[in-house]
Design a protein around this ligand. Sequence first.
Ligand code: RIB
Ligand code: CA
Length: 313
Amino acid sequence: MTHPRKIIIDTDPGQDDAVAILLALSSPDELEVLGLTAVAGNVPLALTQHNARQIVELSGRIVPVYAGCDAPLTRELVTAEHVHGKTGLDGIALPDPALPLAPGHAVDFIIDTLRREPSGAVTLCPLGPLTNIAEAFRRAPDIVPKVAEIVLMGGAYFEVGNITPAAEFNIYVDPEAAEIVFKSGVPLVVMPLDVTHKALTSRAWVEEMRGLGTRTGQAVASWTDFFERFDTAKYGSEGAPLHDPCVIAYLLEPGLFSGRHINVEIETKSELTLGMTVADWWRVTERAPNALFIGNVDRDGFYRLLTDRLSRL
Ligand code: RIB
Ligand code: CA
């Protein structure tokens, strides 16, 4: 893998998506963000693409933002305003973006980029439902073997569900898309709730962010304060799980994480367990391993990395 590593971030901002995007944009020596592709998820597409442009402007970096799919491949869209607020980025009011939306559909950007770049040069980093990625693979199967790796936030095993008793939100919204991605044969690194629920913020860290005295620090502290209330009420946890930043932190410092290379299949039929990631953690089947399923994170190291990088913006 050459440095900086070329990545496309597929995203449904979402306060945690926002922190992940800022983490990536604060690390130009290691990561070249070729573009952000917005997808419907936490909130509808009109808001996720708007929010993505606000986040890029906050970073001070220039990165194209493309609008992608506004609904799952076959199902009605399920959103999560109850977690992220009606804007999807509640917590702080940012100015409307001057950055225009990049022309063209996000799926075409993914296809064109993978066709243009050398094989193995581009890593896909989905932080929301997998609709854009799956649609790109369906429309252009030739790009699938060219993808270096997919590092995604989604799923759960020991933690089970956060949107239903069985399913994590990103997978639940578009299980058919998830099935396409998990069966694609592309090397997968999966950040499930099992690890992201261990990446909890602390009051001290949030105040450290606020104490940076920067727009980024203020935004991250405000988003985290807003985002935390849902998990505290639901799980009784102190702190918010920074789900999506785990994806980018893995690219920057993979040694912070540990997991198992196992088989993971997606439930797409049962209404009761729709969107469940059926992870063969104990290897009780003969199903071929298809994903590095992450179970642990060095929480202190994770937050040290976040502080080190976010303080650069
Ligand atoms: O279940 C957590 C995931 O759903 C995160 O990506 C969050 O942003 C939402 O998209
Ligand atoms: Ca997300």
